[in-house]
Design a protein around this ligand. Structure first.
Ligand code: PEP
Length: 255
């Protein structure tokens, strides 16, 4: 696997919109037109639509400053895996990113830490940058297990990718903050980002250049404080990425 980060792009803030299972031809066109009119931004910006819309999103965003990606990929390259979409297929649509290990996939589809790591490996093999999500549930946080959980999730990815770990983007997304309106305070988020960076430092000399995004109810009015933390390099945005004005405000906050 060869390095795919652009030189000089390290630690430039990154804001990624995860559209989840939302959208439609008309709504997508409207949203993308409004976003392109609102940009460009100092931060790098990307959107991750559902698979069926990748072609039209690619067509709309080609030549713009906004990148695009997928919300998941298979760990397998091809074969009898009904319903799955390979990293090679995603790459054919010009995607730069693919989200892997989102908590909704871990919870609703039973994805294990190892499967998430294997998906990240498949993505890298096709020159996609995996955005690897980690995060604890409310029960785990209440039990004082946040550190243990995110380190365990991360360590399987570190072990599986070995020296290629520096090529991933990490997203810390506390499960209790996703779609709930409850956000980790900037200090709470920073504490977890710092421990993730320390864990990555033990694995690669390039950890200081790696992007660690925060996700979980980021909005225009809390984004700047979160993104101002030393180890928070941008955001993975769900609900607020579906409204151009809201997403643009978050992108502006990532200056
Ligand atoms: C997400 O789904 O990755 C997410 C962070 O969602 P929200 O911004 O809606 O909490």
């Amino acid at each position: 696997m060869t390095p795919i980060h652009e030189p000089g792009a390290a630690r430039r803030k990154l804001v990624v919109g995860n559209w989840k299972m939302n959208g439609g031809h008309g709504a997508n066109a409207e949203l993308l037109a409004a976003l392109q009119a609102a940009g460009p931004w100092v931060a790098e910006v990307a959107v991750c639509p559902p698979f069926p819309y990748l072609a039209e999103v690619a067509l709309s965003l080609q030549g713009s400053s906004i990148a695009w990606g997928a919300q998941d990929c298979s760990a397998h390259d091809s074969g009898a895996y009904t319903g799955e979409v390979s990293a090679a297929m995603v790459a054919e649509f010009g995607c730069r990113y693919v989200i892997v290990g989102h908590s909704e996939r871990r919870a609703l589809h039973g994805e294990s830490d190892q499967l998430v790591a294997d998906k990240a490996k498949a993505a890298l093999a096709h020159r996609l940058t995996p955005i690897v999500c980690v995060g604890e549930t409310l029960a785990e946080r209440a039990a004082g297990q946040t550190t243990e959980v995110v380190k365990r999730q991360m360590s399987v990815v570190v072990h599986t990718l070995a020296h290629c770990i520096s090529q991933v983007v990490v997203a810390y997304e506390p499960v209790w903050a996703i779609g709930t309106g409850k956000t980790a305070t900037p200090e709470e988020a920073q504490a977890v980002h710092a421990l993730l960076r320390a864990q990555l430092k033990a694995a690669t000399a390039h950890a200081g250049d790696m992007k660690i995004l925060y996700g979980g109810s980021v909005k225009g009015d809390n984004a700047a404080a979160l993104f101002g933390q030393a180890d928070i390099d941008g955001g993975l945005i769900g609900g607020a990425s579906l409204k151009a004005a809201d997403f643009a405000a978050i992108c502006r906050a990532a200056a």
